[in-house]
Structure formats: structure tokens, C-alpha cells
Design a protein around this ligand. Structure first.
Ligand code: GAR
Length: 194
């Protein structure tokens, strides 16, 4: 499975993928990392694993479509088959979806369809739910929608802040991110969409 990773931030999900591949837990390889934020720590993690990385800054693009067209070009140059959005904080357009139909995977820090969009952890705290979690799904045009591949539940504790809760969610994210890629690697054909 030839993966292209999109990341905007710390890149911990990206690193668990790279680590699982290094440990031969996953029959996959990361062809390239694309990040959109010059400060993203994901770039340093890529360097550590000898994975090429490309900065495509959304601020120098006139539209979301222009950014996605650049992403498509780079991923095609690196022979990418599947895209993992590992903390990608940009809204995906039809340009990217059409180039990789049903082959774009997103991770989100809530039990979708609850709490899509930004600040999902804060949304769950504010709603007063007792259980939240994380979801890995195939991306569709609507933000944080699409067929679900894996989910994990995380209880909300009485003293939780957004930070403590997000930290526990991330422990689960790292498991289902690798689990979902393993699922896909076992069934890399059209049957991957549940
Ligand atoms: C993760 O918690 C991921 O679920 C979230 O960003 C974080 C990235 O962490 N993604 C979204 O909110 C997308 N809607 P990381 O950079 O350490 O992998």
C-alpha cells in the first residue's frame, strides 16, 4: 500500500503510521508527507524516518481547489495510492476526491456523526456527553462524513479539560489509525468501503 500523508500539526498520527511500518506491523510504505503549515512538527518527524516531505502552504493558493490540485500533482509524482489525512485541517474539495476516489481516509476526534468540524473535543465537553472518542473514515465532500472504517470510545471524566480528554482520545486514535490501514491493506480493492 503506497501511502501519501496529509498533516497540519504535531503529526503524532503520522508518526504511528511510520513506526508501524518500520516495525513491519503494516504492509505499507509512506511515499511522501505533505504539510500545509510551515510550523507543522510533522515535517521533523518525517525527516527522522527518512520520508520526503513537501510544504504546500494554503496561504499561497487562491482557492481550496488550487491547493488540492497541487496535492494531487505531488501525490501522483510520488506514486501514491491511498491518502491518509492525519490531522489535516483543510476542507477537502472535489479536485482531491475525484483524483483518489474512495481512497482518502480521515481521522477525527469524535464518534462521528457526532461533533463534526473544528474543536470536536470542546464540542463534546460542551454538550455534556459522557462518552466520546475517535473515528477513522473514508472522506466525502461534506466535512467529516463518509463510510466509517473504525471507531474507539473514550469516557469523559468529571475533571476533564479539552487537553486531558484530547490526550486520551489520541491514545485511541493511534490504535485505530494503524488498525484501519491494516484493514485496507488486507482488502486493497473496491471492497474497502463498508
Ligand atoms: C488529531 O486529534 C485528529 O483527530 C485531529 O487533529 C489531531 C491531529 O493530531 N483531526 C481533526 O480534527 C480533523 N477534523 P496529530 O497531528 O498529533 O496527529
Amino acid at each position: 500500500l503506497k501511502l501519501g500523508i496529509l498533516a497540519s500539526g504535531s503529526g503524532s498520527n503520522f508518526e504511528v503510521i511510520a513506526q508501524a511500518i518500520q516495525n513491519q506491523q503494516l504492509n505499507a510504505q509512506v511515499q511522501v508527507l505533505i504539510y500545509n503549515n510551515p510550523k507543522a512538527q510533522a515535517a521533523a518527524r518525517a525527516e527522522k524516518y527518512g520520508i520526503p516531505s513537501i510544504l504546500l502552504n494554503h496561504r499561497s493558493c487562491k482557492s481550496r481547489e488550487e491547493l488540492d490540485a497541487k496535492i494531487v500533482k505531488s501525490f501522483q509524482e510520488y506514486d501514491v495510492e491511498w491518502i491518509m489525512m492525519a490531522g489535516w485541517m483543510r476542507i477537502v474539495t472535489q479536485v482531491l476526491l475525484d483524483a483518489f476516489p474512495d481512497k482518502i481516509v480521515n481521522i477525527h476526534p469524535s464518534l462521528l456523526p457526532s461533533f463534526p468540524g473544528i474543536r470536536a473535543v470542546e464540542q463534546a465537553l460542551k454538550a455534556g456527553v459522557k462518552i466520546t472518542g475517535c473515528t477513522v473514515h473514508i472522506a466525502r465532500l461534506e466535512v467529516d462524513s463518509g463510510p466509517i472504517l473504525m471507531q474507539a470510545a473514550v469516557p469523559i471524566l468529571p475533571d476533564d479539560t479539552a487537553e486531558t480528554l484530547h490526550a486520551r482520545i489520541q491514545v485511541q486514535e493511534h490504535k485505530i489509525m494503524v488498525g484501519a490501514i491494516a484493514l485496507i491493506a488486507d482488502r486493497p480493492t473496491d471492497k474497502n468501503v463498508p
